[in-house]
Design a protein around this ligand. Sequence first.
Ligand code: NAG
Ligand code: NAG
Ligand code: NAG
Ligand code: NAG
Ligand code: NAG
Ligand code: NAG
Ligand code: NAG
Ligand code: NAG
Ligand code: NAG
Ligand code: NAG
Length: 414
Amino acid sequence: MERRSTWFLAALLILVLLQAGTARDLRNVKEPKNPQICTTLKPSGGDETKTIQKALDTCTKGKAVALSSGNFNSGPLTIPSGVSLLVDHNTTLSAIPTPALYDRGRNTCGTIDDHGSGCKPFITINGATGSGIYGKGTINGRGDTRMTGTNITWWHLARNALAVHKQQNNPTLIHINNSVDITLYQITVIRSPFYHVQSALTFGFTVWGITINTIGSALNSDGIDPTGSMNVTIAHCNISTGDDNIAISSLHAPTRHVSVYNNYFGHGNSMGIGSGTIYGVSEVTVTNLTMNNVRYGLYIKSNTLNGGLVTNVTYDNVCIYDSPWPITLDTRYYNKKGNHTPEFTNISFNNIRVLTNGTFIFHGVSKSIPVTATMKNVHIAKGSKWSVSNAQINGTWKDDASGDSCGNFGNKFV
Ligand SMILES: *[C@@H]1O[C@H](CO)[C@@H](O)[C@H](O)[C@H]1NC(C)=O
Ligand SMILES: *[C@@H]1O[C@H](CO)[C@@H](O)[C@H](O)[C@H]1NC(C)=O
Ligand SMILES: *[C@@H]1O[C@H](CO)[C@@H](O)[C@H](O)[C@H]1NC(C)=O
Ligand SMILES: *[C@@H]1O[C@H](CO)[C@@H](O)[C@H](O)[C@H]1NC(C)=O
Ligand SMILES: *[C@@H]1O[C@H](CO)[C@@H](O)[C@H](O)[C@H]1NC(C)=O
Ligand SMILES: *[C@@H]1O[C@H](CO)[C@@H](O)[C@H](O)[C@H]1NC(C)=O
Ligand SMILES: *[C@@H]1O[C@H](CO)[C@@H](O)[C@H](O)[C@H]1NC(C)=O
Ligand SMILES: *[C@@H]1O[C@H](CO)[C@@H](O)[C@H](O)[C@H]1NC(C)=O
Ligand SMILES: *[C@@H]1O[C@H](CO)[C@@H](O)[C@H](O)[C@H]1NC(C)=O
Ligand SMILES: *[C@@H]1O[C@H](CO)[C@@H](O)[C@H](O)[C@H]1NC(C)=O
């Protein structure tokens, strides 16, 4: 009898461990290694689009085209399946700020309209397996540069669009779609006219040791946006930007099994989930994160226009400094309305320190569909405010945190 119950308990424990272990990228992800080089290009000083594209198109699968020493000016590029791009140390790949180069054929790139979908990305990876972008160099979106033939920059255009409640047509810097096993390693990505990195319908996506550094006033300049993607790891990155540092959404398909660990955010909008959660976001773990001067800190946002189930999300070892809204779970984002209920359940906050006071928001849809969250070892600054409605928060927090810096708490950067 006794042996049987021991056996039963052991089996139960294994089951629990197995279950507890799935809220993450299911792959065994290690630090990437640069691929072998098929050819090394040096800059000519002119428009290098054709040269780089030709080198990419003729590179052997499994290898990379290297750009070396200096500045390469280019229009939009496509990285083929199996091939990678490597931007060497002391090398910059700059996006030529001519809207016509990115136009999708409607002559709207670089203008304001109601859609905002008029530009191709600067770098596209579409329908690829095993492609990537590597190297210690920089990819510069030049969002701060005047668009050719105009007196405004891509970022001015975004401001002008906001002022009239319309959309800017600006290129995303790196767009990955419908792909498998994609890697971004070490590269520095700056000044995107729009989102820096977006992955859609991508299964197996590793972003390791990259830096994103863009000023805080650049609108819609999200850092890394995985959407409809599975098995995603974002690790050892240093992200400062004007909008969400990371925004995990599910616009066209579910997003599951996401691991975010050992990252540092300098400034930006949030470690975010949403706002499109219509196909569901689940099995997400964020571990070892420091956020300084990030507006919304840990943020889950959606609304009935494009809401869905966000569940099994764990935040562990997070330090937040100088954030007006350190934790926000908001099911009424911009009050947009439709008939897709946003449901946020089983959201766990473990080992969290918030060093400066702010407002904590937990807003569920209704009494019958509350947001449910658990708190363990949560320490916040005195003078913080809470706004809670339709929420069930288990566990407690203490208002005993203070300090000028997150220090090395839970963090080790590459
Ligand atoms: C959430 O986790 C529980 C327990 O591991 C699991 O049964 C459930 O399927 C998960 N939900 C989703 C949407 O993956
Ligand atoms: C995620 O990774 C696991 C482990 O490698 C694999 O079994 C699974 O098929 C992957 N899921 C997707 C959607 O690619
Ligand atoms: C980068 O440039 C700096 C200054 O010109 C030089 O000292 C350094 O050796 C270069 N590094 C590489 C890897 O080329
Ligand atoms: C660009 O030119 C327009 C029209 O001449 C002017 O109204 C606007 O202020 C200028 N913008 C900038 C940023 O110089
Ligand atoms: C992404 O890939 C899907 C599937 O092939 C396709 O339907 C969609 O048009 C692609 N989207 C973009 C922006 O390329
Ligand atoms: C993050 O990158 C910025 C430049 O963007 C740099 O100044 C800072 O030292 C880096 N921080 C960490 C923790 O790596
Ligand atoms: C809540 O999510 C965690 C993973 O984040 C999972 O381990 C746990 O089983 C889930 N609990 C329930 C009740 O679904
Ligand atoms: C919170 O506690 C209540 C009552 O003990 C329990 O029914 C519920 O499942 C718990 N919720 C979470 C998210 O752990
Ligand atoms: C919140 O922090 C600010 C800035 O440090 C401080 O001026 C203010 O007194 C604090 N508020 C409360 C209620 O403690
Ligand atoms: C988080 O940081 C701790 C302390 O540095 C470390 O032991 C742990 O391995 C880190 N977690 C991950 C997922 O890297």
